[in-house]
Design a protein. Structure first.
Length: 132
């Protein structure tokens, strides 16, 4: 951001703040269009927790996902599976309730361990049954 833009925003009392980027090519993909509203809410939350450095270490448990998506714990698990099947996320580590550790997730649209994004959602085919 250049100096003039910063000055204008400060003068108007605005800040850029943090935001969640959802690129148009992702939003227009068949994989995105096949997602249920609950899965979209969960994806946005996972993306919100991504800070640019923690891909593969983004915590979100099933109970917390259920709260975010306003659904049951079992349904939240299905919605996370939906995100995996459509290629938006991968599981890094499975959480364990006994140890109080949430599952951690990998965003396929971001760099992970120095490797370029796999963007598995681009390989989604319409022939897969959408979750309705």
């Amino acid at each position: 951001m250049d100096r003039e833009t910063r000055h204008y925003l400060k003068k108007k009392g605005r800040s850029m703040g943090r935001f969640v980027a959802l690129p148009y090519n992702l939003l227009e993909s068949d994989a995105w269009k096949a997602l249920s509203p609950e899965a979209v809410a969960i994806y946005i939350e996972i993306k919100r927790r991504y800070n640019g450095k923690n891909n593969g270490d983004i915590p979100l448990g099933y109970r917390e996902a259920a709260t975010i998506a306003h659904c049951g714990k079992g349904t939240s698990g299905k919605k996370l599976s939906e995100l995996i099947d459509n290629g938006f996320i991968k599981a890094a580590h499975k959480g364990r309730f006994q140890n109080r550790h949430a599952s951690t997730w990998i965003l396929t649209c971001q760099v992970y361990e120095g490797k370029s994004p796999s963007n598995e959602w681009k390989d989604y085919s319409k022939s897969k049954t959408p979750y309705l």
